[in-house]
Design a protein around this ligand. Structure first.
Ligand code: NAD
Length: 444
């Protein structure tokens, strides 16, 4: 089998060239690997082979332009991946299933296609988030059936879950805090470790463990972050009821204690996105399936729903029926066009049901929002264009650029700006603007 050395370029493949897989593929190419990407979408394969980034992700366009045809090429043929080196990263979707666990249908299809075309020993590195127990319970037996081989006798399996966030994928792959590697055999884990040592430009903690431990670790990390976010949101709710209390003063101070840390520790909107809500449900489902209590995790879900309802209540209280509300920021986090379970996506239907009209603005996500809400809303390309139509606005997205643009807006009529993240400097706002931050008592 090939090993990474200073003198050879290791050939490997990445199956699934989506939001994560494409970023991983070009990062591997950037760090000297010879990467073959595989996706079932021929249009996507054609675009990336021409060096064109199919969506916005910071740094992706540059790396793709540099490596398409030079260290990275793509195909729709899984058999080519089985023959291109002897290690394949699999990063296909694993959407939520009805019971709160994850559907294996995409990963089963990809692994079957790969396993049926094996000619030499192969290491499958599953990188998609899987429901704990899925690899040994379902995916390894599937590879054994499709390949006619036995685990560790012709193929090995590792689990290397990704902890990167959309909007920060390239940096997240190149400079992770942590790499978790679940391994079917120590030699397989060592090979994956050597790939990550070459991929990462920093020196992350590399944690090697059993497959099941890695599966639980992945879901646990995301669940823990949502617990931290929910604590900050609970604190923000409390501060709103205590004149003089400021959630940011408190989280910044106590976040300096290393037992807490300042990251993901700011009162704001409810969490959303493609992973956090799904992984919280998965943790709850996992605990229920094993008869373990998970009171804490169930509370995270309730706190998050409350935070969303609270924002809607504040916006409704700040506006009269028939009013036009500006929703600034549609994505679930800044730097991405993805709107899955974003604060805006959950807020807008409540506003519409309560007879408010909505004008939405987002630099990257308007097309996705339009696809979801159609002509129920109006859409503004620019922030001033959006706010000029409104009597109230809400900054659902945390972004310095966005806050600066809002601070420069000169309204013709009074405007209330609801600021869940406290991004606006009230001293910079036009006198016709009433600033309504969450996380502080309004009288403070
Ligand atoms: N998006 C995130 O923020 C994030 C973060 C961490 C982990 N993850 C996990 O990473 C995995 C991938 O997520 P994503 O956001 O990149 O998904 P995505 O939907 O953006 O992309 C998935 C890609 O896989 C392709 N695909 C589907 N079936 C295939 C097959 N049989 N063979 C080859 N290609 C196939 C699709 O065409 C698509 O291009 C998921 O398990 C997800 O939970 C996502």
């Amino acid at each position: 089998m090939n090993n990474t050395t200073n003198n050879t370029t290791t050939a490997l493949s990445v199956v699934g060239l989506g939001k994560l897989g494409l970023c991983l593929a070009v990062c591997l190419a950037e760090r000297g690997f010879d990467v073959l990407g595989v996706d079932i979408d021929p249009h996507l394969v054609d675009l990336v082979n021409r060096g064109i980034a199919p969506w916005h992700e910071p740094g992706l366009a540059d790396l793709l332009a540099r490596h398409a045809g030079h260290g990275f090429r793509a195909t729709t043929c899984h058999a080519d991946a089985s023959a291109h080196g002897n290690m394949t990263f699999v990063l296909v979707p694993t959407p939520s299933a009805a019971e709160g666990d994850f559907s294996n249908r995409f990963i089963a299809s990809a692994l079957t296609s790969l396993a049926q075309s094996l000619t030499t020993d192969h290491l499958f590195v599953i990188s998609s988030t899987v429901f704990p127990g899925a690899i040994e319970g379902a995916l390894i037996p599937l590879i054994e059936r499709a390949s006619g081989r036995r685990l560790n006798e012709g193929f090995d399996v590792c689990y290397a879950p990704d902890f990167v966030a959309l909007g920060n994928c390239i940096n997240g792959f190149l400079r992770p805090d942590l790499v978790v590697i679940g391994e079917s055999a120590p030699a397989a884990g060592a090979r994956v470790e050597s790939v990550y040592r070459q991929l990462c430009v920093n020196q992350p903690v590399l944690a090697r463990m059993s497959l099941i431990s890695a599966e639980v670790a992945k879901v646990s990390l995301n669940t823990y972050i949502t617990m931290k976010i929910s604590f900050a949101n609970t604190l923000a709710n409390l501060c709103e009821r205590i004149p003089g209390a400021d959630v940011d003063a408190i989280t910044q101070a106590i976040g300096a204690d290393r037992r807490i840390s300042p990251h993901y520790f700011r009162g704001g909107t409810a969490f959303g996105g493609t992973c956090f809500p799904r992984d919280v449900h998965a943790f709850t489902q996992l605990a229920a399936s094993r008869g373990a209590q998970s009171e804490l995790i169930a509370a995270i879900d309730r706190v998050n729903t409350h935070q969303q309802d609270h924002l809607a209540e504040v916006v409704l209280n700040a506006s009269a029926p028939g009013a036009v509300i500006g929703v600034i920021g549609a994505a679930f986090t800044s730097g991405t066009p993805v709107i899955t379970e974003s604060a805006a996506v959950k807020l807008i239907p409540v506003l519409l049901q309560n007879n408010r009209r909505v004008v939405a603005q987002d630099a990257l996500a308007l097309a996705a929002l339009r696809a979801l809400f159609g002509d129920q809303l109006t859409y503004a390309e620019r922030i001033d264009e959006c706010l000029a139509q409104c009597s109230a606005g809400v900054l659902t997205l945390r972004s310095r650029d966005l806050a600066q643009a809002v601070e420069q807006f000169v309204p013709a009529t009074p405007l209330t700006l609801i600021d869940p993240w406290r991004q606006l400097d009230p001293t910079r706002l036009h006198p016709l603007i009433r600033h309504a931050p969450l996380g502080r008592a309004l009288s403070a």
